[in-house]
Write a protein that binds this ligand. Structure first.
Ligand code: 3PG
Length: 396
């Protein structure tokens, strides 16, 4: 079910879950992509004259009220982006929230404070979450689920609430699911997947699953060193997940047996320290000095990866190729982004870090087929896991 199945919403109270977990530098939002991604649904609701009550989280305050995680900067930015009044409630389900919802007029928005200020929001005890969801339910006649980035969480404002009110997916959730479904069910081939970022352990099951559907897997970023080690190379002081070397070796053998390609860096930008000091050089990946760490893929690798992307019809990319925040180690990530931007393939950039990386490196969203707002959520979808926030809508 989607928002369009919920009938005429004029004058109705619409409770909606958004993912406004945006990166902040102090009080300044450094990437407002997730707020902008919620605008199609929010605008439809305000224009329809609904009374809109938004639930969202920021960071991981772990059930404690903490000013640092207040949604105040989000409320301010949303107010600038949408033609409606946006009021931030002083609490989540307390007297301030009740007063704000009571005073809400059609076409306007109340943003409840960070739902993770409530200890029950993320509780593992069903009854605790259900009790909190019942309190949320007092604020809405219907529920719209549009926080794609959190649909993999079994939490009160994502999962339990959808059992209490007539519910439907918002446009963002519907769009994200449509795109990811295409990637899992019928990708145009060749299908190339680019995986980077630091944590190989977090991505092992997705690698396992992607090997079944993708034609080529391109590996970069911090996790690349575990692959280099699995190939038998020394990686100096690079980040390494020693425990996973054997698993990765297994994946490499499996890929070979299935006639699939796993591309790993042939050269590497190394530095004596995690920073931009003296001694930065490019070396072949089998010659990483013992006292240096790899912080980006090298130029030969970047060219090789760009070539592989050029021949693709579908590309999914998650995770930067290097420490792109530092200019000396940004070239690899930039080359991959450029290859995606130049290609005619249907390209999907998934994950908060990758989305922030492409924007920070000066690329526009419309240079890619789709920029997913989900990090963990999009990976879990591609892994083939069931996502509680989506399942509950189907059962509704
Ligand atoms: C995200 O940033 O991926 C989502 O907002 C989910 O946040 P979480 O990992 O803290 O649940």
């Amino acid at each position: 079910r989607t928002i369009n199945d919920l009938g005429d919403l004029h004058g109705k109270r619409v409770l909606i879950r958004c993912d406004f977990n945006v990166p902040l530098d102090g009080q300044t939002i450094t990437d407002d992509g997730r707020i902008k991604a919620a605008l199609p649904t929010l605008t439809q609701l305000t224009q329809a004259g609904a009374k809109v009550v938004v639930m969202a989280h920021l960071g991981r305050p772990k059930g404690q009220v903490n000013e640092k995680y207040s949604l105040a900067p989000v409320a301010a930015r949303l107010g600038e982006l949408i033609d409606a009044d946006v009021t931030l409630a002083g609490d989540v389900v307390g007297p301030a929230a009740h007063a704000a919802v009571e005073a809400l007029t059609p076409g306007n928005i109340v943003l409840l404070e960070n739902v993770r200020f409530e200890p029950a929001e993320e509780s593992k005890v069903d009854a605790e979450r259900e009790a909190l969801a019942a309190q949320y339910a007092q604020f809405g006649d219907v529920f719209v689920s549009d926080g794609f980035g959190v649909v993999h969480r079994k939490q009160a404002s994502v999962y339990d609430i959808a059992k209490l009110l007539p519910s439907g997916a918002g446009h963002l959730v519907a769009k994200e699911v449509e795109v990811l479904k295409k990637l899992t069910e019928a990708p145009e081939r060749p299908y190339v997947v680019v995986l980077g970022g630091a944590k190989v352990a977090d991505k092992l099951s997705v690698i396992d699953n992607l090997l079944k559907v993708a034609d080529t897997l391109i590996i970069g970023g911090g996790m690349g060193y575990t692959f280099l080690k699995a190939k038998g190379y020394e990686v100096g002081s690079s980040i390494l997940d020693a425990e996973k070397v054997d698993v990765v070796k297994g994946y490499m053998e499996q890929a070979q047996a299935q006639g699939k390609q796993i591309l790993i860096p042939v050269d590497t930008v190394v530095s004596p320290e995690f920073g931009e000091g003296a001694g930065i050089e490019v070396v072949d990946s089998d010659k990483i000095p013992a006292d240096k760490m790899g912080l980006d893929i090298g130029p030969k690798t970047a060219a090789l990866y760009a070539e592989a992307i050029k021949g693709a019809k579908t590309v999914f990319w998650n995770g930067p190729m290097g420490v792109f925040e530092m200019p000396s180690f940004a070239a690899g990530t930039k080359a991959v982004a450029q290859a995606l931007a130049d290609s005619d393939a249907f390209s999907v950039v998934g994950g908060g870090d990758s989305a922030a990386a492409v924007r920070q490196l000066g690329f526009a969203d419309d240079e890619f087929g789709h920029i997913s707002t989900g990090g963990g959520a999009s990976l879990e979808y591609l892994e083939g896991k069931s996502l509680p926030g989506l399942d509950v809508l189907e059962g509704n």
